[in-house]
Design a protein around this ligand. Structure first.
Ligand SMILES: [Zn+2]
Ligand SMILES: [Zn+2]
Length: 534
């Protein structure tokens, strides 16, 4: 009975753990690594055909995105998830396949232009994604499911995304039963539509995420309805559009929930019957899935509306654009409107067309409703860029740039601790902290240990743990990702110098960062100097 840590260890993306028990190999999540990533993941030590089951916590691609790759490599087992996760994966994995095929096609076209022979293959195809979806076994929350001899699981609502779950796994070998609880991503309380995270009260071992393990959300919950209606009111009074770059799944439906309320209460005086366009095929499909799963997944407030035969995420004036013609028509009509479109960080998708049409108009507003990573178009706009490049053209930023602060799908440090303190019937013998930035994993493990008395540990990829004896088989050390510079220089001192030069380069280019990030960056460098400068 063994647990191997594969991905999202001292990192946020690429969630994957391998449980080997009862003669079976089971993956818990198999997500894609996204964005900047500092450590190498160890490869899964067994081949894809040898994997028997996958237990999936939720549909976000950093947890599910590599499942079609597993299928392409020969996995023919079963994937267990909640009903809603299964529905969302149906659209999200196909979307991933589509993006990868497009990207490969684009690169191959470029290679052909440059007379290169190498052809890029997408890591998986639409067919792989579609066949993967057929291997899903949809489950209900709260149901105990016998997976095979000796292995039983249960999904509990963790309030992070529609269908998101923590998973309890009971494993029995030779009359010894151990219970391992995988937290999945723990939700933020009081999010619209979905429920608050449910607690689990007993475990032998716990794996907990730590995305915000070092941060607290503001205690004062902003009045989003008021903020949003004021932004809409003043933009429409100027005759402008409000463009909302938004993640297609989750955040878009939250926005619809707020807008329904705003319309019902007549809070936008300048244009009470304003039209709203959702322009993202994925968001439109996801909205349908929210509707389909309302009885299982909605919170009390949303269910109150459902009981009154009111759909909480629809209203008069809502238009769902699916075809490219419908998308194009949105900007041809001069009437002020709300346009919600993906991607959330403006890196791809139809939102870039809407930015091109609205960013230069000072009567318009671009409203950000989610975190914008450094280096993205969304971040550049928020940080005050005066011009943005879109489709090879330079567009002036003249529109009003606004933000709805504090919308988050993740619990903060207090929320994570509250979930840990839920283990009242049986406190876990060992807690593994995963799914957080390098320093956050370590600091949150220290908090759990020093302040709450848990035996907490933040493993690196490759760590192996014996669940019967409760001891490490292997404590892995981090394997830093090979950067271009590192590959060129084999001499260690030269590598260190190159790293230093890179740091200077980043500092020189740090002007675009917010003051908060600059301060954090400075603190981290100072801490490094303190550590190594002695
Ligand atoms: Zn997630
Ligand atoms: Zn995640």
């Amino acid at each position: 009975m063994k647990l191997t840590f594969i991905g999202a260890d001292h990192e946020v993306t690429g969630s994957c753990h391998l449980l080997s028990a009862c003669g079976k190999n089971i993956l818990i999540d198999y997500g894609m690594e996204q964005g900047k990533d500092y450590f190498e993941n160890v490869p899964i030590p067994v081949s894809a055909p040898e994997i028997d089951y996958v237990f999936l916590t939720h549909a976000h691609v950093d947890h599910s995105g590599n499942l079609p790759l597993l299928y392409a490599k020969g996995f023919r087992g079963k994937i267990y998830s909640t009903d809603a996760t299964c529905d969302l994966c149906n659209i999200m994995l196909r979307d991933c396949a589509h993006i990868q095929m497009q990207e490969a096609e684009w690169r191959n076209r470029k290679a052909k232009r440059n007379k290169e022979i190498t052809q890029m293959e997408p890591s998986y195809t639409m067919e792989d994604a579609e066949k993967t979806i057929k291997t899903f076994i949809p489950c209900r929350y709260g149901e105990e499911i016998d997976v095979c001899d000796g292995i039983k699981i249960r999904f509990t609502d963790i309030g992070h995304l529609l269908g998101s779950a923590s998973i309890e796994v009971w494993v029995t070998e030779k009359n010894v039963t151990k219970k391992i609880v995988f937290s999945g991503d723990i939700g933020n309380k009081a999010q619209p539509l979905i429920k608050d995270p449910h607690l689990t009260d007993s475990a032998d071992y716990v794996l907990i995420e730590s995305t915000y393990g070092d941060r607290l959300h503001s205690t004062e919950r902003p009045d989003y309805i008021k903020e949003l209606s004021e932004i809409l009111d003043r933009t429409f009074a100027r005759g402008g559009n409000v463009v909302i770059p938004s993640f297609a799944v989750g955040r878009t439906q939250e926005m619809l929930y707020f807008i329904r309320k705003i319309k019902k209460d007549g809070l936008v005086k300048s244009l009470p019957n304003f039209p709203v366009f959702v322009d993202s095929p994925l968001a439109v499909e996801a909205t349908e899935i929210f509707n389909d799963n309302r009885y299982e997944c909605y919170d009390e407030e949303a269910m109150e509306l459902v009981k009154k035969r009111i759909n909480p995420i629809t209203f008069p004036g809502l238009n769902l654009a699916i075809t490219t013609e419908e998308s194009r028509a949105i900007n041809e009509d001069p009437e002020p409107k709300v346009i919600i479109s993906a991607s959330g960080m403006c890196e791809a998708g139809r939102v870039r067309h809407h930015l091109k049409h609205n960013l230069w108009r000072e009567e318009c507003t671009i409203l950000f409703v989610g975190y914008q990573s450094i280096g993205t178009t969304g971040r550049a706009i928020i940080d005050g860029a005066e011009q943005i490049k879109l489709f090879g053209e330079t567009v002036d930023v003249k529109a009003d740039i606004c933000k709805l602060e504090g919308l988050s799908g993740h619990a903060d440090k207090n929320g994570l601790i509250e979930w840990m303190n839920g283990f009242t019937a049986k406190r876990p013998k060992k807690v593994f902290v995963v799914h957080g930035e390098d320093s956050v994993c370590s600091s949150f493990a220290k908090t759990l240990k020093d302040e709450y008395g848990f035996d907490a540990y933040a493993p690196y990829s490759g760590t192996e743990f014996d669940l019967i004896s409760g001891t490490f088989i292997k404590e892995a050390v981090p394997i830093p990702k090979k950067t271009k510079e590192a590959a060129l220089v084999s001499d260690v001192y030269a590598r260190l110098k190159a790293a230093g030069a890179r740091l200077i380069g980043i500092i020189a280019k740090s002007e675009g960062m917010t003051n908060k990030d600059k301060a954090k960056f400075a603190d981290q460098i100072i801490a490094l100097c303190e550590k190594w400068g002695k």
